[in-house]
Design a protein around this ligand. Structure first.
Ligand code: PLP
Length: 814
């Protein structure tokens, strides 16, 4: 007997159909006959929200009235993915929905497809925040996600006829959006600019302008916890809606100008490596959402109190700083406590440092934010004063700890015109964590070494995770059913370590065949999806080999494309006989930041290699390359379950963790990867024999840098590499144009900062092992099952438990 514990609402399909019908009528004002799938999507979403409403209110009440500390997850990005399916799962209404919608005369897939994914994140960091709030709700821990409701999230990617990326605004809010509840009555005022004056011995900030931060609340339903938390995203509205005087002089544009300026604050999500011109607006955004969130937390936890005892604040809520983006919250809380509530500096500092913790997400020094002090001074003059005072206190503290003066200089939070946000976060909070073991170690040894020497106890690791609800249950229903059948229970969905129970089944040929059949069916599904959405003709009987993630040099899409070109040349030149060639379909997915020249050129190269390879009869049926545009959560959910082999090939020491790697392992793909980020831990758990490891280690990378890395030497030494690069420069992929990719080639041959060329040989060598295994389907799938069985650790539920224990010191509501 299989034990089923998934939530199931007592509401029948007929009742749910009635609720949708009612919502169509009273919400949208249309009859079932008039309704479109988009109408039904909105109505069904509203109906699910109503089912979750009691739990949502109860969770808030228990949080405010109880004694369990809440978590405030401050993040500039939340890459939520589509909401409806997830909400139905957690409300226990999935089956009723499918039947109800069909009974109303709609195809449920059309209704699901009517939902447009909000792109409120760039990639891994934003998706991590979404997984974390899902897990907190599922664990029953009271929590807020706090961020920004960008009017335009991440751009929508398209490719032009030359294969270049074009960025189109994503008008995701132009259609009715049933999930976000705009709560004008709980808005917060956020101010900027102006000056600080002394009044009666006190510092008083006289800002120049203010915006209204309006909360838009999203329910975050837990799985099988009965709890529903809140994702509160702030939207900027103007106070000066209309300057009537100007308007009367019929200067209409001038009249609405202040409104436009204010509302710009939540207009767009910045592409990761932004250009300097967006800097001021970006800092405004950061302060905007953090200031609103801090005031909101005070409002929530001290309702109606004029003189709250904020010394208890750290026992009500702790704020997690997701990367440096929200770090301005540290001086902001200091300012609120001192200027608004009259606490002395030391008391305020005690409260602040107990409230904040910081997660560092990178090792690339350029990704650690440094703000010009002059810019902070202009936008937030009082905060700059506070930052300076924090820095003075910090230097005094370091001196008293006998840190030498050069090191103190190196550690300065504020120096010259720079304010180093990572340092402010490290000093101003209780804990700092990296996001995988290797990454946390490198933070201590390299990036934040001085801080770790002085404050060793602050440093800890929490390895990232992903939610099994979205990335297994929703993305891969066939595998979910097979896992449940194999384990005899569906409890693994809230206790993912139970997957370990699948391990013995890897030796059971019958189970392995079922597992293989699931993968095959998923590949057929993906092939159909890719045909429908992109017009691709993917052969599901080939190995599906996927590399999806943001496009960045350190992630080394270039390594994959060069190896692919070498393979293409091998087949074409007859270096491999036809039966030596394992047919492969390579799928890329990646957005490049709009200003990132080499990344965009790499996209163009991939598209052109795809064009040439897919149209070459010499390699037909053996090698094909597809690049579905606009990689997002939706595409991830379709592609990951259909993947045989996934690529995690960053240069060792550069990928903080990766979470794509976890999603793939949990969906039964085998990974080819370097010893980087969470790959290290994945390989440790799934077993070295079930992971295709290649390439240099962190130490080898460091040694090669130290000895003077010369990529040209690698080019000269490896004829296959040389040929692949020569094909890029000789116009093979650019209709004879030899200049098309010249900057890319020049970078590879003279700089190659991430040592793509140095790892090329090892990477091409390991392909033989991969193909030898793939030629034995049972053995391949046995290893894939062992990947699934041993990846339970990479649930974001486990990540949350680690945060609760090591950092937040709180737990579920009673
Ligand atoms: C998981 C995920 C990522 C992160 O992928 P990495 O391979 O870890 O960089 C990025 N984008 C989307 C849409 C994801 O789902």
């Amino acid at each position: 007997m299989t034990e089923i514990t998934a939530p199931k609402s007592p509401v029948s399909a007929e009742q749910f159909a009635d609720e949708i019908r009612e919502q169509l009528k009273y919400g949208q004002g249309v009859t079932v006959e008039q309704a479109t799938p988009a109408d039904v999507y909105v109505a069904a979403s509203q109906a699910v929200r109503r089912h979750l409403m009691d739990s949502w209110m109860q969770t808030q009440a228990d949080m405010v009235n109880g004694t369990t500390k809440a978590v405030g997850y401050l993040s500039a990005e939340f890459l939520m993915g589509k909401q409806l399916r997830n909400a139905l799962l957690n409300a226990g209404l999935t089956e009723q929905f499918d039947t109800a919608v069909e009974s109303l005369g709609f195809n449920y897939q059309d209704v699901i497809d009517a939902e447009h994914e909000p792109g409120l994140g760039n990639g891994g960091l934003g998706r991590l925040a979404a997984c974390f709030i899902d897990s907190l709700a599922s664990l029953g821990v009271p929590a807020f996600g706090y961020g920004i409701q960008y009017k335009y999230g991440i751009f929508e990617q398209a490719f032009d006829k030359d294969g270049k990326q074009i960025e189109k605004p994503d008008y995701w809010l132009t259609n009715e959006e049933p999930w976000g509840h705009i709560d004008y009555n709980r808005s917060q005022k956020v101010s900027f600019g102006g000056e600080v004056v002394e009044e009666g011995g006190k510092k008083v900030w006289k800002p120049a302008w203010s915006v209204r931060a309006v909360p838009v609340d999203y329910m975050v339903p837990g799985y099988a916890s009965g709890r529903v938390n809140t994702l509160r995203l702030w939207s900027a509205k103007s106070y000066d809606e209309f300057d009537l005087l100007t308007f009367n002089r019929s200067e209409y544009l001038d009249a609405v100008r202040p409104q436009v300026a204010a509302e710009n604050i939540s207009k767009i999500l910045y592409p990761e490596d932004s250009t300097p011109q967006g800097k001021a607006l970006r800092l405004e955004q950061q302060y905007f959402f953090v200031a609103a969130s801090i005031h909101d937390a005070i409002r929530v936890f001290y309702p109606g109190q004029e003189n709250p005892d904020l010394t208890t604040f750290p026992s009500k809520i702790c704020f997690q700083l997701n990367d440096t983006h929200p770090v301005i919250g540290i001086p902001e809380l200091m300012r609120v406590l001192i200027d608004e509530y009259g606490y002395d500096w030391d008391t305020a500092w005690g409260i602040t440092t107990k409230t904040f913790n910081y997660t560092c997400h990178t090792l690339l020094p350029e990704a650690l934010e440094v703000w010009p002090a002059s810019l902070i001074g202009e936008l937030l003059p009082r905060h700059l004063e506070i930052i300076k005072q924090i820095n003075e206190q910090f230097e005094a503290e370091l001196t008293s700890k006998h840190v030498d003066s050069d090191t103190i200089k190196d550690m300065a939070i504020h120096t010259g015109d720079s304010v180093r946000m990572a340092y402010l976060a490290t000093y101003g909070g209780s804990h700092v964590n990296g996001v995988a073991e290797l990454h946390s170690q490198l933070l201590k040894d390299v990036t934040l070494k001085n801080f770790s020497d002085v404050y060793p106890d602050k440093f800890t690791n929490v390895t990232n995770g992903v939610t099994p609800r979205r990335f297994i249950k929703l993305a891969n229903p066939r595998l979910s059913d097979l896992i449940t059948e194999g384990l005899g229970t569906d409890k693994w969905l809230s206790d993912l370590e139970l997957l370990k129970g699948l391990e013995p089944l890897a030796a059971d040929d019958e189970f392995v065949k079922k597992f293989a059949a699931v993968k095959q069916a998923n590949k057929v599904d993906f092939s159909n999806y890719a045909k429908r959405e992109y017009g691709f003709d993917i052969d599901p009987d080939t190995m599906v080999n996927t590399m999806v993630k943001r496009l960045h040099e350190y992630k080394r899409q270039a390594l994959k494309i060069l190896a692919l070109i070498a393979r293409y040349a091998d087949i074409k030149n007859g270096n491999m006989s036809a039966d030596e060639v394992m047919p492969r379909t390579v799928v890329f997915g990646a957005k490049a930041a709009p200003g990132y020249y080499l990344a965009k050129m790499t996209i163009q190269l991939i598209n052109n290699v795809a064009r040439v390879v897919n149209n070459d009869p010499d390699v037909k049926g053996k090698l094909s390359v597809y690049f579905p545009w606009n990689y997002n959560v939706r595409l991830a959910q379709h592609l990951i379950p259909a993947t045989d082999l996934d690529e995690q090939i960053s240069q060792a020491g550069k990928e903080a963790s990766g979470t794509g790697n976890m999603k793939f392992a949990l969906n039964g793909a085998l990974t080819v990867g370097t010893l980087d980020g969470a790959n290290v831990e994945i390989r440790e758990r799934v077993g070295a024999e079930n992971f295709f490891l290649f390439g240099m280690t962190v130490d080898e990378v460091d040694a090669l840098y130290a000895s003077g890395y010369s990529p040209a030497a690698f080019y000269e030494a490896d004829p296959r590499l040389k040929q692949a690069i020569d094909m890029v420069s000789d116009g093979t992929f650019s209709n004879g144009d030899r200049n098309a990719f010249a900057p890319l080639v020049a970078d590879w041959l003279t700089k190659d900062w991430f040592m793509t060329l140095a790892d090329f040989h090892a990477y091409t060598e390991i392909q033989a092992d991969i193909e030898a295994l793939y030629a034995q389907p049972l053995e391949w799938h046995r290893k894939a099952i062992l990947n699934v069985a041993n990846s339970g650790y990479f649930s974001s539920d486990r990540s949350m438990e680690d945060y609760l224990e090591r950092i937040w010191e709180t737990g579920p509501l009673a």
